[in-house]
Design a protein around this ligand. Structure first.
Ligand SMILES: *Cc1c(COP(=O)(O)O)cnc(C)c1O
Length: 462
C-alpha cells in the first residue's frame, strides 16, 4: 500500500515510513493511494468478534508488509490490553434511536488512547527492528499530549516533547502530562494557544535541517496511522446496530478533524454511513465553512470543551483533498491562501463535502444545559465535548436512521464543568486517584521556534 501527500509533491511512501514521518515534506498530509473496500459479507462477519480481532481485519489492508500478521495481532493485543472495559468501545442508549459510543476507557480517559496506544506499539516494533531513534514532537489541546506521553514513556528509542498552551488545559489534563517520571518525556508549557503550538510543530517539520538532525516524528492526527486506528470503532459500533444491513449516522465532537475523517474512511471502505455530523463548540470555523464555503480563522475563544478550541483544523486538509478530486495543486493553493488569512471552498468541492458531512455548533450555555439534562433524563454524566456532540446530534438526527454520538472523554477529565452543570463531581478511576498528589514537572517556553528547537536539542538523548 502506497501513501501520497495531499499537496502532491512529496515522495510516495509505504505504511512504515508514513507512520514514522508524520507530516509530508511538502507540508501535506499522507493518505493511501487507494482506499481498500470491504464487502457487505466481510462487514457482517465482524459481528460478535473481539474489538482486537475487528481491529486486525480492518487495519490489515492498510499496513502492507510493515508487520507480519502474527506481529500485528500481538501489537494490537498489547495496545488495548490496558483498557479498563472488556468491550474497549462500549455503547449505551440515550434515547430511541440515539446511542453514545464511550471512547474513554483507555489509560488517559480520552479517545486519543485508541490510536496512541497502538502507534506506541507500532513505533517501538519498527524502531527496534531498524535500530533508529526518533524525537517525537506533538502539539496538544490537552488530550493528545497525555495519550502520547502514556504511550511512549520509558521507550529506549524515543524522546517525547509535548507542547501545550499554558493555562488553557484542564488540571487533570495537565497533571497527566506533568506527573510521569520517565526521563524521556518532556511537557512544554507554551505561552500561546493551541494553534500556536500546532504552528510551531509544523514549523519544525518544515525546518528540514532540524528535522533530520533530531529524527523528528509526529504523532498528531496529521499522522495517518492515528486516523487509521480510529476507523475501527466506527465499524464495531455500526455492526452492533445492524450494519451492513442497516445504515447508521455518526455525530463527532470535532476539533482537528482527525476523528471524523476516520468516519469518512470507514464510509469509503464500505460501511453504510448515512451522515457524518461535525459538532463544534463556539470555535465553529468548520461549521461556518460547511455552511458558507468560507474558511477564515478569527482567533480561538477558550471554552469548557478545550480539546476542541481550534481554528486551524489540520485534517480538514484531507477532506479538502478528497473534495477536490485528489488535486494536490488545488489543495496547496488553498493552504497558501490560508497563510494569507483564509480561503473559499469552490462550489463543486463544497457540494462534495456536503454529500458526506453535516454540521452544527453548540454554545457554552447549551453545553452546560445538555450535561444537566442528560444526567436528569438518562443518568449519564457527559464530558463537555461529548455534550456538544449530543446536542448537535439531537438537532440533526433523522428518526429513520440510528445516530451514534462519540463520547470522546471521561467526565472526570473535566470535573469543574460537570460539577457546575450537575452538582456532581465525577471521580477519577481508582488507578489514578492519587493524580493530585504526584509531583509535577514541566518547562515554560515562549512561543518562539528557535527557543523551542534549542530546548529539544539540549534535552533529547543522542
Ligand atoms: C481531540 C479531542 C476532540 C477532537 O478530535 P479531533 O480528532 O481533533 O477532531 C474532541 N474531544 C476530545 C475529548 C478530544 O480529546
Amino acid at each position: 500500500m502506497n501513501y501520497l501527500s495531499t499537496r502532491g509533491t512529496a515522495p510516495v511512501l509505504d505504511f512504515e515510513d508514513t507512520m514514522l514521518t508524520g507530516l509530508a515534506r511538502d507540508g501535506g498530509l499522507y493518505l493511501p493511494e487507494k482506499i481498500p473496500s470491504f464487502s457487505p459479507d466481510e462487514i457482517a462477519a465482524l459481528e460478535g468478534l473481539s474489538y482486537e480481532e475487528c481491529a486486525f481485519r480492518i487495519m490489515r489492508p492498510f499496513i502492507g508488509d510493515t508487520f507480519t500478521d502474527d506481529t500485528f495481532r500481538r501489537l494490537i493485543a498489547r495496545a488495548y490490553g490496558g483498557f479498563d472495559h472488556a468491550a474497549r468501545a462500549p455503547m449505551v442508549q440515550l434515547a430511541p434511536g440515539h446511542f453514545l459510543l464511550e471512547l474513554f476507557h483507555g489509560p488517559t480517559l480520552a479517545f486519543k488512547d485508541f490510536a496512541m496506544q497502538l502507534i506506541g506499539q507500532m513505533f517501538q516494533a519498527a524502531l527496534e527492528r531498524n535500530g533508529k531513534r526518533v524525537t517525537i514532537v506533538g502539539a496538544t489541546s490537552g488530550d493528545t499530549g497525555s495519550a502520547a506521553i502514556e504511550a511512549f514513556k520509558g521507550l529506549d528509542n524515543v524522546d517525547v516533547f509535548i507542547l501545550f498552551p499554558h493555562g488553557r488545559v484542564s488540571e487533570v489534563q495537565r497533571r497527566q502530562m506533568t506527573t510521569p517520571t520517565e526521563a524521556n518525556v518532556h511537557a512544554l508549557a507554551v505561552t500561546g494557544d493551541f494553534d500556536d503550538c500546532q504552528a510551531r510543530v509544523k514549523d519544525m517539520f518544515n525546518h528540514f535541517d532540524f528535522r533530520d538532525r533530531v529524527g523528528l516524528a509526529g504523532v498528531n492526527s496529521i499522522n495517518f496511522a492515528r486516523v487509521l486506528a480510529q476507523v475501527v470503532y466506527y465499524f464495531t459500533s455500526a455492526v452492533s446496530l445492524g450494519a451492513p444491513a442497516r445504515p447508521v449516522s455518526f455525530t463527532v465532537p470535532t476539533g482537528n478533524f482527525g476523528d471524523i475523517f476516520a468516519g469518512y474512511l470507514a464510509k469509503r471502505m464500505g460501511l453504510p454511513i448515512d451522515r457524518l455530523v461535525v459538532a463544534t463548540n463556539q470555535n465553529d470555523i468548520l461549521h461556518r465553512c460547511l455552511s458558507t464555503a468560507d474558511y477564515r480563522p478569527d482567533g480561538v475563544t477558550p471554552s469548557i470543551s478545550p480539546s476542541m478550541d481550534i481554528q486551524v483544523s489540520s485534517n480538514f486538509e484531507r477532506a479538502l483533498f478528497e473534495a477536490y478530486g485528489r488535486d494536490g495543486a488545488a489543495v496547496a493553493q488553498l493552504m497558501d491562501e490560508l497563510k494569507a488569512g483564509g480561503f473559499s471552498v469552490s462550489q463543486g468541492a463544497l457540494q462534495a463535502l456536503r454529500e458526506v458531512y453535516d454540521s452544527g455548533r453548540c454554545s457554552e450555555d447549551e453545553t452546560r444545559a445538555t450535561i444537566a439534562r442528560l444526567h436528569r433524563t438518562t443518568g449519564e454524566l457527559l464530558c463537555p465535548h461529548s455534550a456538544v456532540g449530543v446536542k448537535v446530534a439531537e438537532e440533526k438526527r433523522n428518526p429513520a436512521t440510528p445516530m451514534i454520538t462519540l463520547a470522546t472523554a471521561h467526565p472526570a477529565k473535566f470535573p469543574d464543568a460537570v460539577q457546575e452543570a450537575t452538582g456532581i463531581r465525577p471521580d477519577l478511576p481508582a488507578r489514578m486517584s492519587d493524580l493530585f498528589e504526584r509531583p509535577e514537572r514541566m518547562t515554560r517556553v515562549e512561543n518562539d521556534l528557535s527557543a523551542i528547537e534549542t530546548l529539544i536539542e539540549e534535552r533529547r538523548r543522542p
